[in-house]
Design a protein around this ligand. Sequence first.
Ligand SMILES: [Zn+2]
Length: 92
Amino acid sequence: MRILRVPVIDCGYVGSVRPQVAPMRCKSCGSENVGNFNSEVAIHFPGLENIHEPAVFVFPNLVVCRDCGFLEFVLPAGELRALTKGKAAGAE
Ligand SMILES: [Zn+2]
């Protein structure tokens, strides 16, 4: 009789027990009462000298703290480049 050996794959959890994932916390107040939201944001360059510069529109996913209002998002690379180019980059 020939015995076949089946490779065992460690998938990280057994049965219905899932691995624990740390809850998302607000970086300002530490609350776990945070949520993800879709958004649209128009970023304007500061200063009167940039009043005719077009705004940069981004559509980021926001992480919003429902307790203190702190929010954060990451700019996509293309929009980040738009903010660092041109004469508006000197407005820092
Ligand atoms: Zn907070």
